[in-house]
Design a protein around this ligand. Structure first.
Ligand code: FES
Length: 161
C-alpha cells in the first residue's frame, strides 16, 4: 500500500461515503504528484475509494483547483470571475502576462512559473484575488503586479511570498 492510499483512507474515514471524500482525496493526490494530477493519479484515487478513474477525472476536470497538466514551481492564479472581473482582474492577468512573459494557461520554459486565470477563489469581497501557490493576495490591482512579480522572481523579498 502506498502512502497516498493510506492518506486517502484517513480522509475517507472523515466522510459519510466515498463520493464525499473524492475532492479531498484528489487534493491529496495533487500534492503527492507535485501540484498536478497525472493520469495515474486518477487510478490511485479511484482504487483507494472504490470508484472509477473516469469518475475521478470528471470531478477534477470540473474544478479549477485541480490541475490536469504539469505546473511550474510558482503557480500564479488570478481570479477572473464576476467580482474580480468588475474590480479589474483582466488588467491583472495582462500585467502578469507582461511581467512573466507568459500567456494565461502557460508554464515558462524553465518551469519556474505557471500563470492561470481561474474561477472564483472565494474571496469576492477582497477582489481582485491572486493566489500564489495557493496563498491568497487580496485586492491586487494591475499596478501592484510589477512589484509582486519582482518579488516572485526573487528580486526583492518581503518574507511572505
Ligand atoms: S469572484 Fe474573485 S474571488 Fe470570487
Amino acid at each position: 500500500m502506498t502512502a497516498l492510499f493510506e492518506r486517502i483512507q484517513e480522509i475517507r474515514r472523515r466522510y459519510p461515503d466515498e463520493l464525499s471524500a473524492v475532492m479531498p482525496a484528489l487534493q491529496a493526490a495533487q500534492v503527492e504528484h507535485g501540484g498536478w494530477l497525472p493520469r495515474e493519479a486518477f487510478r490511485e484515487v479511484a482504487d483507494a475509494l472504490d470508484l472509477t478513474p473516469a469518475y475521478c477525472l470528471s470531478i477534477a476536470s470540473f474544478y479549477d483547483m485541480f490541475r490536469l497538466e504539469p505546473v511550474g514551481e510558482t503557480v500564479v492564479e488570478v481570479c477572473t470571475n464576476i467580482s474580480c472581473g468588475l474590480a479589474g482582474a483582466q488588467g491583472v492577468v495582462e500585467a502578469f502576462e507582461r511581467e512573466l512573459g507568459l500567456h494565461a494557461g502557460e508554464t515558462s520554459a524553465d518551469g519556474k512559473f505557471s500563470l492561470r486565470a481561474v474561477e472564483c477563489l472565494g474571496g469576492c469581497g477582497w477582489a481582485t484575488i491572486v493566489a500564489v501557490n495557493n496563498r491568497h493576495r487580496l485586492r491586487v490591482s494591475a499596478a501592484d503586479v510589477p512589484a509582486l512579480a519582482a518579488e516572485l522572481r526573487g528580486e526583492v523579498s518581503n518574507g511572505d511570498a
